[in-house]
Each structure stands twice: as structure tokens, then as C-alpha cells.
Ligand binder design. Structure first.
Ligand code: NAD
Ligand code: MG
Length: 389
């Protein structure tokens, strides 16, 4: 029985993780649930899954959660610092990091420091501080099991292999809702359109990141640190059907691909149960439905975020942290129709020019960099034509 702290339980990954937990009652138990501001859903989940504790990080919602759970044997905490405390509890075996963005970093570091197994969906943690996080995990002998479908695919391809025999990894990308589109079309797209992903149903932020291809850029950096790769060993291919979730090419020229229908419950289940492979009744791939699997090079000129992210990966240091902070800001602004689709790349690039480079950042450096980048990005957003009118 694994006792799980599920951070970000009210999100797209969080709710699907709870479905996986429900399907295997003898294997997993929910010890902690956390949400930022969706008190109603957190309360409902607490009543159903009966965790030892819940954390609502938005302190203004504390009373609402506390009052609703008064008659239930659930401890209620509020604020981000409670997260870093509960993940270290003796009673927690594994932490599933499904918080969105930079906000997920500290609790993962705390959990690894306390020797907890990690199932990681929160890719921004590795984008910002992958080197530090993976070093800490190695020191503590803690596995970091990827939940992101591409990285789960690579991980599954690598089981039983010597990591030194990796020649390269090939991340697949669906291409998002604007595959094949050019700047003259993209200049006018709205968030409602960008949110309509052709294949995956996900949270709002990652849906926009998929439309701009920033998601694939973040995933390149995530792969670098998870699997200890050189920048040159990471490739991206557009594979619109999303049946191959990623591939590994080995030093003898052999390639392995992991395939399946696009359903996040699969990589979530794999990470939670590893090294076991659990039986389920999810729909299976039928190749009659996929007579053609296609591959094409990404359009770096139109989807500039991918090129900008790749460049930040090569620059290293705090550059990916700046990239991530600026991206979180502009995506939020785009979701509120305050900046245009193509403007997002300009603003991220300009923020990267502004924030001073730090070659070997510490955790306080990351916090400073994140705050500084957000301040610059906020200024650029304010000056956008869409913000003004
Ligand atoms: P979401 O927006 O649906 O959910 C985010 C969760 O994090 C919610 O529970 C929310 O309460 C919590 N949260 C948000 N801001 C917070 C804050 N400041 N402090 C504490 N908690 C906060 O997001 P999602 O789509 O589930 O994505 C979660 C993470 O998983 C992201 O890092 C994303 O990149 C990654 N991921 C998601 C998918 C997917 O299919 N949705 C796939 C791969 C990776
Ligand atoms: Mg992914």
C-alpha cells in the first residue's frame, strides 16, 4: 500500500490521478490532498478519499474548507509553507507533484530532501531547477518518476537499458490546434480557440503552451535533466496522431518507441505503480483507426517559443527560470485577452534580455530570478495594445 500526497489534486492531472487511485483501492491510499483556490472540489475530494490532511494554499479559503470539514477526521492547513511540511510526514510514501508552474518547486525539493518517492507532472520544477532537483534526488536515493507522457514514454523505453547507450531521444509533439498555420493567421487567434486542443484535454496553461509549442520546449529541458542528456541528444518531431508518445535511439542505431492512446491516466498509473505494470480496462489502440502515423519537422520560425526555449536550454543557468516565469505571465495574460498570441514570444524574449544571467543559481537565486522576470514581463504586458484598449 503506497500512501500518497497528491499536490494539485483539483487540477486536470490531480483529478485523473484520483481516478487511478479509485481503480486500485488495495494499492494506493490518499494521505494528503492540496489545492490552491478550488475549495469546493477540495472539500468534496476530502469527503470521498478521507485523507489525513488537506492543504489549501490560498489562505483566504481556509475558513471555508475548515468549516466544511469540521465533522470529518481531516486536518486542514493553509498556505504554501504547509505544503512543504506535510510532504515530509512519516506517513507519506510518495508525492505526486501536479501543481502548476513555479509554485510547485519548493514542495518537491522538500519531499526529496525527506527521501520521498516522487511522481512528477509539474514539469516547470525541472525546467527551472532540474540540475539541482535531480542532484538532490540522486544524493537521497529518491526516484523521480515522470508523469508527463513523453517522459513516461522515454522512461518506459529505458527500463533495462544502460543510460550510456542512449544516442538521442525524440520527443513527439501533436502540433496543437494551430499545426500548419502561419503568422498571418496566428496574429488574430483568441484564447478560446487556442484552448481547443485536438487530442489532449488538459489544464488551461498547458493547453496554451501546446498551441505555442512552448510545451515542447519545456519538455526538452525536462528531458535533459530527467535522463542526464546533452542538449544535442534531444530532438523533436511533430507526430499529429499522438500514438507514439516519444522514442529513444540507441548507440547501435536501434530505436524504441512507446505507444498507446493519448490518455494521461496511463502515465499517471505507470508512475504511481512503478516498477509494477497494472492491469486496466482503458481503450486499446486499434491500428485500423490509425492507418497512417506521420512525422514532420517542427516549424521553428512560426512557433518561435520552441526556438526560444531551446536557446534557453543551451544557455543554461537561470535562463530557463526566466523563460518559465515570463511564459507563465504571458500565458495568463493571453488567457485574459490582454496580449496577442504572437506577442507572447516577443515578451518572453525581451524578458530574457533583461534579467541578469546567473551561471550556477541557488534556490534563492531562482526565487529572485522568478520574481524579477515576472516584474519585467508584467511591464511588457501592460504596454501591449490589447491591455491598453
Ligand atoms: P491545472 O491548472 O488543471 O491544475 C493545477 C493544480 O495546481 C490545481 O489543483 C491547482 O489548485 C494547483 N495550483 C495552481 N496554482 C497553485 C499555486 N500557486 N500553489 C499551489 N497549488 C496551485 O493544471 P494541470 O493541467 O493539471 O497541470 C499540472 C501540472 O502537470 C503542470 O505542471 C503541467 O505542465 C503538468 N502536465 C499536465 C498534463 C495534463 O494533461 N494536464 C500533462 C503533462 C504534464
Ligand atoms: Mg507532455
Amino acid at each position: 500500500m503506497k500512501r500518497i500526497a497528491l499536490l494539485g489534486s483539483t487540477g486536470s492531472i490531480g483529478t485523473q490521478a484520483l481516478e487511478v487511485v479509485s481503480a486500485h483501492p488495495g494499492l494506493f491510499e490518499v494521505e494528503v490532498l492540496s489545492a490552491h483556490s478550488n475549495a469546493a472540489l477540495l472539500i468534496e475530494q476530502a469527503k470521498k478519499y478521507k485523507p489525513n490532511a488537506v492543504v489549501i494554499t490560498d489562505e483566504s479559503k481556509y475558513r471555508e474548507v475548515k468549516d466544511a470539514l469540521m465533522m470529518h477526521p481531516v486536518k486542514v492547513f493553509a498556505g504554501p509553507s504547509s505544503l512543504t511540511e506535510v510532504v515530509q510526514w512519516e506517513s507519506v510514501d510518495m508525492v505526486l507533484g501536479a501543481i502548476l508552474g513555479f509554485a510547485g518547486l519548493k514542495s518537491i525539493i522538500a519531499a526529496i530532501s525527506a527521501g520521498k518517492r516522487i511522481a512528477l507532472a509539474n514539469k516547470e520544477t525541472l525546467v527551472v531547477a532540474g540540475e539541482m532537483v535531480m542532484k538532490l534526488a540522486r544524493e537521497r536515493g529518491v526516484p523521480v518518476l515522470p508523469v508527463d507522457s513523453e517522459h513516461s514514454a522515454i522512461f518506459q523505453c529505458l527500463v533495462g537499458e544502460d543510460l550510456r547507450t542512449i544516442e538521442k531521444v525524440i520527443l513527439t509533439a501533436s502540433g496543437g490546434p494551430f499545426l500548419g498555420r502561419k503568422p498571418n493567421y496566428l496574429v488574430n487567434v483568441k484564447s478560446s480557440h487556442a484552448l481547443q486542443h485536438p487530442i489532449w484535454s488538459m489544464g488551461a496553461k498547458i493547453s496554451i503552451d501546446s498551441a505555442t509549442l512552448m510545451n515542447k520546449g519545456l519538455e526538452m529541458i525536462e528531458a535533459k535533466w530527467l535522463f542526464g542528456l546533452e542538449n544535442e541528444q534531444i530532438d523533436v518531431t511533430i507526430h499529429a496522431q499522438s500514438i507514439i508518445h516519444s522514442m529513444v535511439q540507441f548507440t547501435d542505431g536501434s530505436m524504441k518507441a512507446q505507444m498507446g492512446l493519448p490518455d494521461m491516466k496511463l502515465p499517471i498509473q505507470y508512475a504511481l505503480a512503478f516498477p509494477q505494470r497494472l492491469t486496466n480496462t482503458f481503450k486499446r489502440v486499434d491500428f485500423k483507426d490509425y492507418p497512417k502515423l506521420t512525422f514532420e519537422a517542427p516549424d521553428y520560425k512560426t512557433f518561435r517559443n520552441l526556438a526560444i526555449a531551446k536557446d534557453a536550454m543551451y544557455r543554461g543557468g537561470n535562463a530557463p527560470c526566466v523563460l518559465n516565469a515570463a511564459n507563465e505571465m504571458v500565458v495568463d495574460a493571453f488567457l485574459h485577452n490582454k496580449v496577442g498570441f504572437l506577442e507572447m514570444s516577443d515578451m518572453i524574449e525581451k524578458t530574457l534580455e533583461k534579467v541578469p544571467f546567473v551561471a550556477q543559481p541557488t534556490l534563492p537565486d531562482f526565487e529572485r530570478t522568478d520574481a524579477e522576470a515576472r516584474t519585467y514581463a508584467a511591464e511588457f504586458i501592460k504596454k501591449s495594445q490589447l491591455s491598453i484598449y
